[in-house]
Design a protein around this ligand. Structure first.
Ligand code: SF4
Length: 314
């Protein structure tokens, strides 16, 4: 079988804010493991501009270690997750070593690190990982080297975790090394909370509150006169509810609807749409549910400019 389409790119930035882990570092965009259950598959093609199927493209961020070294000196202390939308130890890591070199940058910095991988390739870097305080190897992507197995992409983390406990000494090795590993809750738990209150408190352009396998809950705040921008989701039905202000929905360039506070809207998949805050003084605050998810879990875009930049650089 031919390998993935590999493109070397320059990232800007590499240390990205994340609601779940404070920061995430994704040395690669795309994942050649290509699990069929992967939530990143739902939106990463759109973010990266690739037309290839999930698992058949990888952008390699060749400047990741140098960029991380620059960013980390200005960053506030926080937990860094490797990685949120790719496996940092996918096979290309053998050729590029970006994850290892990024970890080397973090030695001596007081930033806890969490590693999510389904590859035993992580063993190569235990010497570096041991030098990082509060490191955590997470079995959300499993602890065994099942990535090499073609069946791996059909198996959920839980299946593989159980299989690894039976078949692999790797988990024991981690325990003996003093490095902890555990279950990632990020993509598993539901949402329970005062959604109206959270929507009204939100000051960011976009903030993902919850990502499930089949839907995503996002709060948004549009400044006076700001708009989300024309977009279309081929496979995503989207629900909106306005909690403050007034939104003008423009569908397919001509159909217009005004949606006021306490009103809701649904935009079906395949409909071009824009949401505009027509007020000159009041912020528009809304929450929206995508089904399926449309953004990386934990996404926080403080401004629309940040959101547009992220579309190109996740
Ligand atoms: S290894 Fe992880 S990131 Fe890669 S395709 Fe599988 S679930 Fe997605």
């Amino acid at each position: 079988m031919p390998g993935p389409v590999v493109r070397e790119i320059e990232a800007k930035p590499i240390l990205n804010p994340s609601k779940i882990h404070d920061y995430c570092v994704n040395p690669y965009t795309g994942c050649e493991v290509g699990c069929i259950y992967c939530y990143a598959a739902l939106f990463m093609r759109r973010y990266s501009g690739h037309s290839e199927p999930w698992g058949e493209f990888v952008d390699v961020k060749v400047n990741a270690p140098a960029l991380l070294a620059k960013q980390i000196v200005k960053a506030k202390r926080g937990t860094i997750c490797f990685a949120s939308v790719c496996d940092p130890y996918q096979p290309l890591e053998e050729r590029y070593g970006l994850t290892r070199r990024c970890l080397e940058v973090l030695v001596g910095c007081d930033f806890p690190v969490e590693i999510q991988t389904k590859s035993a390739r992580v063993r190569r870097d235990l010497d570096v990982i041991r030098q990082i305080p509060d490191e955590d190897i997470d079995d959300a992507h499993e602890v065994a080297d099942y990535e090499r197995d073609a069946l791996s992409k059909f198996m959920t983390p839980w299946f593989l975790m159980m299989a690894s406990l039976r078949a692999s000494p790797l988990s024991l090795m981690y325990n003996n090394s003093g490095i902890s590993f555990g279950k990632a809750e990020g993509h598993m738990s539901g949402y329970f909370g005062p959604i109206e209150e959270q929507t009204l408190k939100n000051k960011y352009f976009r903030q993902v509150l919850f990502t499930g396998k089949h839907c995503q809950l996002v709060v948004m705040c549009l400044q006076p006169g700001e708009e989300i921008g024309n977009e279309v989701h081929p496979d995503v039905d989207q629900f909106f509810r306005v909690e403050q202000g007034e939104a003008k929905f423009v569908l397919n360039g001509s159909e217009e609807h005004v949606v006021k506070k306490n009103e809701a809207a649904i935009v079906p998949a395949g409909t071009h749409h824009n949401v505009i805050n027509t007020s000159k003084t009041t912020r528009l605050k809304l929450y929206t549910v995508y089904s399926p998810p449309n953004h990386p879990d934990g996404t926080v875009h403080k401004t629309k400019a940040e959101a547009e930049a992220a579309e190109k650089h996740v």
